[in-house]
Design a protein around this ligand. Sequence first.
Ligand SMILES: Cc1cc2nc3c(=O)[nH]c(=O)nc-3n(C[C@H](O)[C@H](O)[C@H](O)COP(=O)(O)OP(=O)(O)OC[C@H]3O[C@@H](n4cnc5c(N)ncnc54)[C@H](O)[C@@H]3O)c2cc1C
Length: 307
Amino acid sequence: MEHQPDSIDQEVAQELGIQTTMTWATTRDGALKQLSNFIENHFAEFGPYEDAMAADNWALHHSLLSPYLNNGLLHASEVIAAALAAFEKGGIPIASCEGFVRQIIGWREYVNGMYWHLGEQYPELNDLQANRPLLPLFSDSSKTQMNCMKLVVGDIHNRAWVHHIPRLMVLSNLALITGTNPQEYLNWMREVFIDASDWVMVPNVIGMGVHADGGQMMTKPYAAGGAYISRMSQYCKGCIYDPKKRTGDDACPFTTLYWDFLDRHRERFAGNHRMAQQIFGLNRLSDLPELKERAREVLDGLDQGVI
Ligand SMILES: Cc1cc2nc3c(=O)[nH]c(=O)nc-3n(C[C@H](O)[C@H](O)[C@H](O)COP(=O)(O)OP(=O)(O)OC[C@H]3O[C@@H](n4cnc5c(N)ncnc54)[C@H](O)[C@@H]3O)c2cc1C
């Protein structure tokens, strides 16, 4: 749905020298309309499409409620109440209701608790000693040829939002497997997202996204190769890189760097039983020397903004 900017929005946008947006509301009334729109038109489909990434539908069936939940225009309890009331009326599959309620009282509350529990030093952690400067493609989508990164960074530029899977499995995954400095990446995420409240962003990025906390929040890193992105999205169609390939000029950078990441941290993850399958797969690679060579080229290319 679209939200018409009012005179205050126009005035503020003018002061800041930016365009107003119709994507986001700035009032309680607008936030309530967004909630009703979600319940009436998207809630039933939330579950099946929650983790999918579409190239031609930027919001899918996500609620787009995070900015209002974070800035106080909506309270979590009224969002849950609206969801449960709709479910009780009928027509909402249990998977959609369970999935949505879990996001709010499961993830949101959990992340909030973890933020206060983990302490003031938590945002500064860098357990994997990742020191690569932020890649140019994060601030300029023309600095990459990877379809997924181009589309996701382009979407953020347009609306300051993408859903949880591109945040986790595309953006953070790339930061993780390239060894990008967690604090540089965190600062970029803070700047570009509409819902970037510190208490939500910090645990999601430092803990879940780039595993910079040595596993305090998540027991294993969310590292994945191109096969995952290809399975969960439409991004790979038409991309010049092949998600199935790990070596060669057309190998998907995610696939090459996924194995390179595992190899760089092989000793650390060897003792983690949740990583056993990945390390087993790594040990079976017959082309590791070639792959390491390609990984060096890919990292250089990403640093130069040409991959
Ligand atoms: C690396 C990373 C960074 C993130 N940074 C932020 C952030 O700065 N601010 C923010 O609000 N959310 C953040 N999230 C969580 C999630 O991506 C957004 O809350 C969600 O995409 C917002 O869109 P939505 O309202 O349509 O969510 P929906 O998919 O409709 O989910 C409903 C609500 O559940 C809550 N929720 C879902 N997932 C999470 C989660 N992982 N942590 C906390 N709450 C969650 C949100 O309040 C969201 O509005 C981050 C996730 C990741 C993986």
